[in-house]
Design a binder for this molecule. Structure first.
Ligand code: NAD
Length: 467
Protein backbone atom coordinates (compact mmCIF):
# COMPACT_ATOMS: atom_id res chain seq x y z
CA UNK A 1 0.00 0.00 0.00
CA UNK A 2 1.16 3.53 -0.71
CA UNK A 3 1.04 5.93 2.21
CA UNK A 4 1.75 9.16 0.33
CA UNK A 5 4.11 11.68 1.87
CA UNK A 6 3.25 12.47 5.47
CA UNK A 7 4.25 15.84 7.02
CA UNK A 8 7.08 14.33 9.05
CA UNK A 9 8.67 12.43 6.18
CA UNK A 10 11.92 13.71 4.71
CA UNK A 11 11.72 13.85 0.95
CA UNK A 12 14.31 12.95 -1.66
CA UNK A 13 12.98 14.46 -4.89
CA UNK A 14 14.32 12.72 -8.00
CA UNK A 15 14.51 14.41 -11.40
CA UNK A 16 14.60 11.90 -14.28
CA UNK A 17 12.32 9.03 -13.36
CA UNK A 18 13.91 6.52 -15.74
CA UNK A 19 14.44 2.80 -15.23
CA UNK A 20 17.71 3.19 -13.38
CA UNK A 21 16.39 5.32 -10.53
CA UNK A 22 13.58 2.84 -10.00
CA UNK A 23 15.95 -0.17 -9.97
CA UNK A 24 18.68 1.45 -7.85
CA UNK A 25 18.11 4.41 -5.53
CA UNK A 26 14.46 3.44 -4.95
CA UNK A 27 15.59 -0.06 -3.93
CA UNK A 28 17.84 1.28 -1.17
CA UNK A 29 15.10 3.58 0.18
CA UNK A 30 12.70 0.62 0.03
CA UNK A 31 15.15 -1.52 2.00
CA UNK A 32 15.16 1.09 4.77
CA UNK A 33 11.36 1.27 4.78
CA UNK A 34 11.24 -2.54 4.95
CA UNK A 35 13.59 -2.43 7.94
CA UNK A 36 11.07 -0.21 9.77
CA UNK A 37 12.70 3.16 9.02
CA UNK A 38 10.18 5.20 7.06
CA UNK A 39 11.67 8.60 7.86
CA UNK A 40 12.47 9.13 4.17
CA UNK A 41 10.39 8.79 1.01
CA UNK A 42 10.94 9.46 -2.65
CA UNK A 43 9.07 11.65 -5.10
CA UNK A 44 9.98 12.22 -8.70
CA UNK A 45 9.21 13.32 -12.21
CA UNK A 46 10.80 14.03 -15.57
CA UNK A 47 12.16 17.30 -16.96
CA UNK A 48 10.80 16.49 -20.38
CA UNK A 49 7.57 15.06 -21.76
CA UNK A 50 8.94 11.57 -22.34
CA UNK A 51 8.06 8.10 -21.04
CA UNK A 52 4.47 9.31 -20.70
CA UNK A 53 2.97 5.82 -20.64
CA UNK A 54 5.26 4.64 -17.82
CA UNK A 55 4.72 7.82 -15.83
CA UNK A 56 0.96 7.46 -16.21
CA UNK A 57 1.06 3.79 -15.21
CA UNK A 58 3.13 4.67 -12.14
CA UNK A 59 0.69 7.43 -11.21
CA UNK A 60 -2.23 5.05 -11.45
CA UNK A 61 -0.37 2.60 -9.21
CA UNK A 62 0.48 5.33 -6.66
CA UNK A 63 4.13 5.00 -7.57
CA UNK A 64 4.23 1.25 -6.90
CA UNK A 65 5.80 -1.25 -9.33
CA UNK A 66 7.41 -4.67 -9.47
CA UNK A 67 11.15 -5.10 -9.93
CA UNK A 68 12.42 -8.39 -11.29
CA UNK A 69 16.09 -9.14 -10.67
CA UNK A 70 18.02 -11.90 -12.40
CA UNK A 71 21.13 -13.63 -11.02
CA UNK A 72 23.95 -14.78 -13.33
CA UNK A 73 22.65 -18.38 -12.88
CA UNK A 74 19.26 -17.30 -14.24
CA UNK A 75 17.40 -17.33 -10.90
CA UNK A 76 14.75 -14.60 -10.75
CA UNK A 77 13.46 -12.60 -7.78
CA UNK A 78 10.46 -10.26 -7.53
CA UNK A 79 10.01 -7.28 -5.29
CA UNK A 80 7.29 -4.67 -4.92
CA UNK A 81 8.77 -1.19 -4.64
CA UNK A 82 6.59 1.47 -3.06
CA UNK A 83 9.29 3.93 -1.93
CA UNK A 84 8.32 6.50 -4.58
CA UNK A 85 5.40 8.05 -2.77
CA UNK A 86 4.61 10.80 -5.25
CA UNK A 87 4.81 10.70 -9.05
CA UNK A 88 4.92 14.19 -10.55
CA UNK A 89 3.66 14.27 -14.13
CA UNK A 90 5.42 16.61 -16.55
CA UNK A 91 3.91 20.06 -17.07
CA UNK A 92 5.52 22.95 -18.90
CA UNK A 93 5.94 25.05 -15.79
CA UNK A 94 7.45 22.09 -13.88
CA UNK A 95 4.99 23.22 -11.21
CA UNK A 96 4.85 19.96 -9.25
CA UNK A 97 8.66 19.70 -9.12
CA UNK A 98 8.97 23.38 -8.15
CA UNK A 99 6.37 23.02 -5.36
CA UNK A 100 8.05 20.03 -3.79
CA UNK A 101 11.63 21.13 -4.50
CA UNK A 102 11.04 24.47 -2.79
CA UNK A 103 9.45 22.86 0.25
CA UNK A 104 11.31 22.50 3.54
CA UNK A 105 10.39 18.81 3.59
CA UNK A 106 12.69 18.14 0.65
CA UNK A 107 16.23 17.58 1.92
CA UNK A 108 17.78 15.93 -1.13
CA UNK A 109 17.22 16.63 -4.82
CA UNK A 110 18.71 13.74 -6.79
CA UNK A 111 18.82 13.23 -10.54
CA UNK A 112 19.58 10.90 -13.45
CA UNK A 113 19.39 12.81 -16.72
CA UNK A 114 21.94 10.62 -18.64
CA UNK A 115 25.61 11.41 -19.28
CA UNK A 116 24.60 13.61 -22.19
CA UNK A 117 22.49 15.84 -19.95
CA UNK A 118 25.47 17.75 -18.50
CA UNK A 119 26.97 19.41 -21.61
CA UNK A 120 30.47 19.76 -20.13
CA UNK A 121 33.76 20.19 -21.98
CA UNK A 122 36.81 18.21 -20.90
CA UNK A 123 37.78 21.30 -18.90
CA UNK A 124 34.44 21.01 -17.05
CA UNK A 125 33.10 24.20 -18.59
CA UNK A 126 29.56 24.34 -19.95
CA UNK A 127 29.67 23.69 -23.68
CA UNK A 128 27.25 26.26 -25.06
CA UNK A 129 27.71 24.94 -28.59
CA UNK A 130 25.04 22.39 -27.59
CA UNK A 131 21.87 23.93 -28.98
CA UNK A 132 19.71 22.43 -26.18
CA UNK A 133 21.84 23.98 -23.45
CA UNK A 134 22.13 27.32 -25.20
CA UNK A 135 18.36 27.50 -25.75
CA UNK A 136 17.78 26.57 -22.11
CA UNK A 137 20.08 29.32 -20.87
CA UNK A 138 18.30 31.88 -23.03
CA UNK A 139 14.91 30.66 -21.78
CA UNK A 140 15.92 30.94 -18.13
CA UNK A 141 17.55 34.36 -18.78
CA UNK A 142 14.20 35.59 -20.06
CA UNK A 143 12.57 34.45 -16.82
CA UNK A 144 11.05 31.26 -18.24
CA UNK A 145 11.31 27.69 -16.94
CA UNK A 146 14.48 25.66 -17.69
CA UNK A 147 14.45 22.01 -18.71
CA UNK A 148 18.14 21.11 -18.68
CA UNK A 149 19.34 19.89 -15.28
CA UNK A 150 20.87 23.33 -14.69
CA UNK A 151 17.87 25.32 -15.91
CA UNK A 152 15.44 23.12 -13.99
CA UNK A 153 17.44 23.42 -10.77
CA UNK A 154 17.54 27.21 -11.12
CA UNK A 155 13.77 27.09 -11.62
CA UNK A 156 13.39 25.04 -8.43
CA UNK A 157 16.07 26.63 -6.24
CA UNK A 158 15.07 30.27 -6.78
CA UNK A 159 11.69 29.79 -5.06
CA UNK A 160 13.39 27.57 -2.49
CA UNK A 161 15.72 30.45 -1.63
CA UNK A 162 12.75 32.88 -1.57
CA UNK A 163 10.80 30.50 0.72
CA UNK A 164 13.72 30.15 3.11
CA UNK A 165 13.18 26.43 2.76
CA UNK A 166 16.71 25.70 3.93
CA UNK A 167 19.67 23.73 2.69
CA UNK A 168 19.37 20.83 0.28
CA UNK A 169 21.79 18.23 -1.10
CA UNK A 170 22.02 18.01 -4.91
CA UNK A 171 22.82 14.35 -5.57
CA UNK A 172 23.89 13.37 -9.08
CA UNK A 173 23.26 9.65 -9.73
CA UNK A 174 24.49 9.55 -13.34
CA UNK A 175 27.56 7.69 -14.59
CA UNK A 176 29.84 10.68 -14.72
CA UNK A 177 33.33 10.95 -13.33
CA UNK A 178 33.33 13.18 -10.20
CA UNK A 179 29.64 13.53 -10.89
CA UNK A 180 28.82 15.82 -7.97
CA UNK A 181 31.79 18.14 -8.34
CA UNK A 182 31.56 18.51 -12.12
CA UNK A 183 27.81 18.99 -12.18
CA UNK A 184 28.16 21.63 -9.45
CA UNK A 185 30.74 23.54 -11.46
CA UNK A 186 28.34 23.48 -14.42
CA UNK A 187 25.44 24.68 -12.26
CA UNK A 188 27.43 27.56 -10.77
CA UNK A 189 28.64 28.58 -14.23
CA UNK A 190 25.05 28.48 -15.52
CA UNK A 191 24.00 30.76 -12.64
CA UNK A 192 26.98 33.07 -13.38
CA UNK A 193 25.84 33.35 -16.99
CA UNK A 194 22.43 34.40 -15.69
CA UNK A 195 24.17 37.09 -13.61
CA UNK A 196 22.20 35.99 -10.52
CA UNK A 197 24.73 36.66 -7.75
CA UNK A 198 22.16 36.21 -4.96
CA UNK A 199 21.26 32.71 -6.17
CA UNK A 200 24.92 31.82 -6.62
CA UNK A 201 25.76 32.78 -3.02
CA UNK A 202 22.70 30.89 -1.78
CA UNK A 203 23.64 27.73 -3.70
CA UNK A 204 27.25 27.93 -2.48
CA UNK A 205 26.14 28.26 1.15
CA UNK A 206 23.05 26.03 1.18
CA UNK A 207 23.78 23.06 -1.03
CA UNK A 208 26.32 20.26 -1.25
CA UNK A 209 26.91 17.90 -4.19
CA UNK A 210 28.53 14.64 -3.07
CA UNK A 211 30.24 12.49 -5.68
CA UNK A 212 28.88 8.99 -5.91
CA UNK A 213 29.30 5.80 -7.92
CA UNK A 214 26.19 3.92 -8.94
CA UNK A 215 25.99 0.41 -10.38
CA UNK A 216 23.27 -2.01 -11.46
CA UNK A 217 22.63 -3.04 -15.05
CA UNK A 218 19.05 -2.08 -15.81
CA UNK A 219 17.97 -2.72 -19.39
CA UNK A 220 15.15 -0.79 -20.94
CA UNK A 221 12.06 -2.85 -19.99
CA UNK A 222 10.52 -4.86 -22.82
CA UNK A 223 7.00 -6.35 -23.02
CA UNK A 224 8.61 -9.67 -22.02
CA UNK A 225 9.38 -8.24 -18.56
CA UNK A 226 5.72 -7.43 -17.98
CA UNK A 227 4.83 -10.97 -19.08
CA UNK A 228 7.41 -12.61 -16.86
CA UNK A 229 6.34 -10.52 -13.85
CA UNK A 230 2.71 -11.43 -14.51
CA UNK A 231 3.51 -15.13 -14.80
CA UNK A 232 5.50 -15.11 -11.55
CA UNK A 233 3.38 -12.80 -9.38
CA UNK A 234 -0.04 -12.69 -11.02
CA UNK A 235 0.26 -8.90 -11.23
CA UNK A 236 -0.09 -7.24 -14.62
CA UNK A 237 2.20 -4.26 -14.10
CA UNK A 238 2.78 -1.90 -17.05
CA UNK A 239 5.54 -0.21 -15.02
CA UNK A 240 7.40 -3.45 -14.21
CA UNK A 241 11.13 -3.46 -14.83
CA UNK A 242 14.11 -5.76 -14.61
CA UNK A 243 17.73 -5.53 -13.57
CA UNK A 244 20.60 -7.77 -12.53
CA UNK A 245 20.87 -8.91 -8.90
CA UNK A 246 24.22 -7.08 -8.53
CA UNK A 247 23.82 -3.63 -7.00
CA UNK A 248 26.35 -1.13 -5.64
CA UNK A 249 26.25 2.47 -4.46
CA UNK A 250 29.30 4.27 -3.08
CA UNK A 251 28.71 7.85 -1.87
CA UNK A 252 30.87 10.58 -0.37
CA UNK A 253 29.22 11.42 2.94
CA UNK A 254 28.56 15.12 2.40
CA UNK A 255 24.85 15.76 2.89
CA UNK A 256 24.03 19.27 4.07
CA UNK A 257 20.50 18.53 5.25
CA UNK A 258 20.67 14.93 6.45
CA UNK A 259 20.28 11.67 4.57
CA UNK A 260 18.66 8.25 4.90
CA UNK A 261 20.65 5.78 7.03
CA UNK A 262 21.79 4.10 3.83
CA UNK A 263 24.85 2.52 5.44
CA UNK A 264 22.39 0.16 7.20
CA UNK A 265 21.24 -1.27 3.87
CA UNK A 266 24.53 -1.80 2.09
CA UNK A 267 25.43 1.63 0.69
CA UNK A 268 29.14 2.34 1.10
CA UNK A 269 29.54 5.82 2.59
CA UNK A 270 33.15 6.88 1.96
CA UNK A 271 35.42 9.90 2.08
CA UNK A 272 36.51 9.66 -1.57
CA UNK A 273 34.73 7.85 -4.31
CA UNK A 274 37.53 8.38 -6.88
CA UNK A 275 39.08 4.87 -6.99
CA UNK A 276 35.64 3.26 -7.19
CA UNK A 277 34.39 5.51 -9.96
CA UNK A 278 37.56 5.21 -12.03
CA UNK A 279 37.32 1.40 -11.85
CA UNK A 280 33.62 1.50 -12.67
CA UNK A 281 33.83 3.96 -15.55
CA UNK A 282 36.97 2.58 -17.20
CA UNK A 283 36.46 -1.13 -16.54
CA UNK A 284 32.70 -1.57 -16.53
CA UNK A 285 31.28 1.28 -18.62
CA UNK A 286 33.99 1.43 -21.29
CA UNK A 287 34.11 -2.39 -21.72
CA UNK A 288 30.32 -2.38 -21.99
CA UNK A 289 30.50 0.11 -24.88
CA UNK A 290 33.34 -1.90 -26.46
CA UNK A 291 31.19 -5.05 -26.43
CA UNK A 292 28.10 -3.21 -27.71
CA UNK A 293 29.96 -1.64 -30.65
CA UNK A 294 31.84 -4.83 -31.56
CA UNK A 295 28.72 -6.95 -31.05
CA UNK A 296 26.66 -4.70 -33.32
CA UNK A 297 29.34 -4.96 -36.01
CA UNK A 298 29.14 -8.76 -35.77
CA UNK A 299 25.36 -8.68 -36.07
CA UNK A 300 24.51 -9.51 -32.45
CA UNK A 301 21.52 -7.98 -30.68
CA UNK A 302 22.39 -8.58 -27.04
CA UNK A 303 25.35 -7.79 -24.79
CA UNK A 304 25.70 -11.38 -23.56
CA UNK A 305 26.16 -12.58 -27.16
CA UNK A 306 29.17 -10.32 -27.69
CA UNK A 307 30.60 -11.13 -24.24
CA UNK A 308 30.34 -14.85 -24.98
CA UNK A 309 32.11 -14.38 -28.35
CA UNK A 310 35.72 -15.23 -27.42
CA UNK A 311 37.24 -12.64 -29.77
CA UNK A 312 35.09 -9.80 -28.49
CA UNK A 313 35.60 -10.83 -24.87
CA UNK A 314 39.35 -10.84 -25.51
CA UNK A 315 39.23 -7.24 -26.79
CA UNK A 316 37.59 -6.10 -23.56
CA UNK A 317 39.89 -8.27 -21.43
CA UNK A 318 43.05 -6.96 -23.12
CA UNK A 319 41.86 -3.35 -22.92
CA UNK A 320 41.32 -3.62 -19.17
CA UNK A 321 44.35 -5.77 -18.38
CA UNK A 322 46.97 -4.09 -20.54
CA UNK A 323 45.95 -0.43 -20.54
CA UNK A 324 43.49 0.33 -17.72
CA UNK A 325 44.91 -1.67 -14.82
CA UNK A 326 48.44 -0.17 -15.03
CA UNK A 327 46.88 3.33 -14.98
CA UNK A 328 44.71 2.60 -11.93
CA UNK A 329 47.33 0.80 -9.86
CA UNK A 330 47.66 1.12 -6.87
CA UNK A 331 43.96 0.82 -6.03
CA UNK A 332 41.99 -0.19 -2.93
CA UNK A 333 40.08 -2.55 -5.26
CA UNK A 334 41.25 -5.90 -6.62
CA UNK A 335 41.09 -4.72 -10.24
CA UNK A 336 41.59 -8.16 -11.82
CA UNK A 337 38.74 -9.59 -9.73
CA UNK A 338 36.59 -6.56 -10.57
CA UNK A 339 37.26 -7.14 -14.31
CA UNK A 340 36.29 -10.80 -14.04
CA UNK A 341 33.07 -10.06 -12.15
CA UNK A 342 32.15 -7.41 -14.73
CA UNK A 343 32.66 -9.81 -17.65
CA UNK A 344 30.59 -12.46 -15.83
CA UNK A 345 27.80 -9.93 -15.29
CA UNK A 346 27.84 -9.01 -18.98
CA UNK A 347 27.58 -12.72 -19.87
CA UNK A 348 24.22 -13.02 -18.06
CA UNK A 349 21.90 -14.24 -20.81
CA UNK A 350 18.78 -13.58 -18.77
CA UNK A 351 19.39 -9.82 -18.64
CA UNK A 352 19.00 -9.52 -22.41
CA UNK A 353 20.54 -6.05 -22.31
CA UNK A 354 20.67 -4.72 -25.84
CA UNK A 355 23.59 -3.42 -27.85
CA UNK A 356 21.24 -0.60 -28.80
CA UNK A 357 20.97 0.69 -25.23
CA UNK A 358 24.64 0.30 -24.39
CA UNK A 359 26.02 1.55 -27.72
CA UNK A 360 24.18 4.88 -27.51
CA UNK A 361 25.78 8.27 -26.78
CA UNK A 362 29.24 7.39 -28.10
CA UNK A 363 30.02 11.10 -28.42
CA UNK A 364 29.72 11.43 -24.61
CA UNK A 365 31.21 8.05 -23.77
CA UNK A 366 34.48 8.45 -25.72
CA UNK A 367 35.39 11.64 -23.81
CA UNK A 368 34.00 10.36 -20.48
CA UNK A 369 35.01 6.73 -20.40
CA UNK A 370 37.85 6.28 -22.87
CA UNK A 371 39.87 9.47 -23.50
CA UNK A 372 41.13 9.60 -19.85
CA UNK A 373 43.01 6.31 -20.33
CA UNK A 374 44.75 7.77 -23.41
CA UNK A 375 45.70 10.85 -21.43
CA UNK A 376 47.12 8.78 -18.56
CA UNK A 377 49.01 6.42 -20.89
CA UNK A 378 50.49 9.31 -22.88
CA UNK A 379 51.47 11.19 -19.71
CA UNK A 380 53.04 8.07 -18.18
CA UNK A 381 54.72 6.88 -21.39
CA UNK A 382 52.70 3.63 -21.40
CA UNK A 383 51.42 1.71 -24.41
CA UNK A 384 47.83 2.40 -25.46
CA UNK A 385 47.25 -0.01 -28.33
CA UNK A 386 44.47 -1.89 -26.56
CA UNK A 387 42.47 1.17 -25.52
CA UNK A 388 42.77 2.43 -29.12
CA UNK A 389 40.62 -0.53 -30.16
CA UNK A 390 37.56 1.05 -28.50
CA UNK A 391 37.41 4.28 -30.54
CA UNK A 392 38.39 2.28 -33.63
CA UNK A 393 35.31 0.10 -33.07
CA UNK A 394 33.16 3.19 -32.56
CA UNK A 395 34.47 4.76 -35.76
CA UNK A 396 33.68 1.59 -37.69
CA UNK A 397 30.24 1.57 -36.07
CA UNK A 398 29.75 5.23 -36.99
CA UNK A 399 30.53 4.46 -40.61
CA UNK A 400 27.87 1.75 -40.55
CA UNK A 401 25.43 4.29 -39.06
CA UNK A 402 26.40 6.77 -41.80
CA UNK A 403 25.52 4.17 -44.45
CA UNK A 404 22.22 3.32 -42.71
CA UNK A 405 23.54 -0.13 -41.76
CA UNK A 406 22.84 -0.28 -38.05
CA UNK A 407 20.00 -2.70 -37.32
CA UNK A 408 18.37 -0.31 -34.82
CA UNK A 409 18.06 3.43 -34.26
CA UNK A 410 21.30 4.87 -32.91
CA UNK A 411 20.66 7.62 -30.34
CA UNK A 412 23.35 10.13 -29.44
CA UNK A 413 22.45 13.41 -27.75
CA UNK A 414 25.96 14.83 -28.00
CA UNK A 415 26.49 13.94 -31.66
CA UNK A 416 26.35 16.68 -34.26
CA UNK A 417 24.88 14.60 -37.07
CA UNK A 418 26.26 16.75 -39.89
CA UNK A 419 29.76 16.64 -38.38
CA UNK A 420 29.50 12.86 -37.89
CA UNK A 421 28.47 12.32 -41.52
CA UNK A 422 31.34 14.59 -42.60
CA UNK A 423 33.83 12.44 -40.64
CA UNK A 424 32.57 9.34 -42.44
CA UNK A 425 32.83 11.00 -45.85
CA UNK A 426 36.34 12.26 -45.29
CA UNK A 427 39.24 10.90 -47.36
CA UNK A 428 41.03 10.03 -44.13
CA UNK A 429 38.31 8.92 -41.71
CA UNK A 430 40.72 8.16 -38.88
CA UNK A 431 42.30 11.62 -39.02
CA UNK A 432 38.88 13.30 -39.24
CA UNK A 433 37.59 11.23 -36.32
CA UNK A 434 40.63 12.05 -34.17
CA UNK A 435 40.23 15.75 -34.99
CA UNK A 436 36.74 15.95 -33.52
CA UNK A 437 36.80 18.18 -30.44
CA UNK A 438 33.55 16.80 -28.95
CA UNK A 439 35.14 13.36 -28.85
CA UNK A 440 38.67 14.27 -27.91
CA UNK A 441 38.81 17.79 -26.40
CA UNK A 442 42.42 18.86 -26.06
CA UNK A 443 43.61 15.45 -27.34
CA UNK A 444 42.15 16.20 -30.78
CA UNK A 445 44.74 15.76 -33.56
CA UNK A 446 47.33 14.37 -31.12
CA UNK A 447 49.67 12.44 -33.45
CA UNK A 448 50.11 9.51 -31.04
CA UNK A 449 46.33 9.16 -30.77
CA UNK A 450 45.88 9.25 -34.55
CA UNK A 451 48.61 6.61 -35.02
CA UNK A 452 47.19 4.26 -32.41
CA UNK A 453 43.61 4.57 -33.66
CA UNK A 454 44.82 4.04 -37.24
CA UNK A 455 46.56 0.78 -36.28
CA UNK A 456 43.54 -0.39 -34.27
CA UNK A 457 41.15 0.60 -37.06
CA UNK A 458 42.91 -1.79 -39.43
CA UNK A 459 42.69 -4.58 -36.84
CA UNK A 460 38.99 -4.19 -35.97
CA UNK A 461 37.75 -4.40 -39.55
CA UNK A 462 37.53 -8.17 -39.06
CA UNK A 463 34.58 -7.55 -36.71
CA UNK A 464 32.71 -5.67 -39.41
CA UNK A 465 31.13 -8.81 -40.81
CA UNK A 466 27.37 -8.22 -40.76
CA UNK A 467 25.72 -5.94 -43.29
P1 NAD B 1 16.00 5.84 -19.17
O1 NAD B 1 16.04 5.99 -20.65
O2 NAD B 1 15.06 4.87 -18.56
O3 NAD B 1 15.69 7.27 -18.52
C1 NAD B 1 16.40 8.42 -18.88
C2 NAD B 1 15.94 9.57 -17.99
O4 NAD B 1 16.73 10.72 -18.26
C3 NAD B 1 14.49 9.97 -18.26
O5 NAD B 1 13.92 10.31 -17.03
C4 NAD B 1 14.64 11.20 -19.17
O6 NAD B 1 13.54 12.09 -19.02
C5 NAD B 1 15.90 11.83 -18.64
N1 NAD B 1 16.68 12.61 -19.62
C6 NAD B 1 17.30 12.12 -20.72
N2 NAD B 1 18.02 13.10 -21.32
C7 NAD B 1 17.82 14.23 -20.58
C8 NAD B 1 18.29 15.57 -20.69
N3 NAD B 1 19.11 15.93 -21.67
N4 NAD B 1 17.90 16.45 -19.74
C9 NAD B 1 17.05 16.09 -18.75
N5 NAD B 1 16.58 14.83 -18.59
C10 NAD B 1 16.97 13.92 -19.50
O7 NAD B 1 17.50 5.55 -18.74
P2 NAD B 1 18.03 4.91 -17.35
O8 NAD B 1 18.20 3.45 -17.52
O9 NAD B 1 17.17 5.41 -16.24
O10 NAD B 1 19.49 5.54 -17.27
C11 NAD B 1 19.65 6.91 -16.97
C12 NAD B 1 21.07 7.14 -16.49
O11 NAD B 1 21.28 6.42 -15.28
C13 NAD B 1 22.16 6.64 -17.43
O12 NAD B 1 22.41 7.54 -18.48
C14 NAD B 1 23.33 6.52 -16.46
O13 NAD B 1 23.99 7.75 -16.28
C15 NAD B 1 22.65 6.10 -15.18
N6 NAD B 1 22.84 4.64 -15.01
C16 NAD B 1 22.06 3.74 -15.71
C17 NAD B 1 22.33 2.38 -15.59
C18 NAD B 1 21.53 1.35 -16.37
O14 NAD B 1 21.97 0.18 -16.42
N7 NAD B 1 20.38 1.70 -16.95
C19 NAD B 1 23.36 1.93 -14.74
C20 NAD B 1 24.13 2.87 -14.04
C21 NAD B 1 23.84 4.23 -14.19
Amino acid sequence: MNHGITPNTNVMLHLGLGSFHRAHQAVYVQALIDSGDDSWALAGGNLRADMLDVIEALQQQNGQYTLETVAPNGERFYKTISAIRQIIPFDEQLSGLVDLGSSMQTKIISFTVTEAGYYLTDKDELDLTFADLHADLERVKSGAVGYSIYGALVTILKPRMANNAGPVTLLNCDNLRHNGKRFRKGLLQFIDLLGDTALKSWVEANTTSPNDMVDRITPRPTPAVRESVKAATGIDDPAALMGETFIQWVIEDNFIAGRPAWEKVGVEMVESVTPYEEAKIRILNASHSCIAWAGTLRGYTYIHEGTLDPEIRQLAFDYVTNDVMPCLTPSPLDLAAYRDVVLDRFSNEAIRDTNQRVAMDGFSKIPGYIAPTFRDCIAQGKSFDDVAVLPALFLTYLQRWHRGQIAYEYQDQAMNQAAAHAICESDDVVAAFCADATLWGSLANEPALVDAVRRAYGKVQRFNTAS
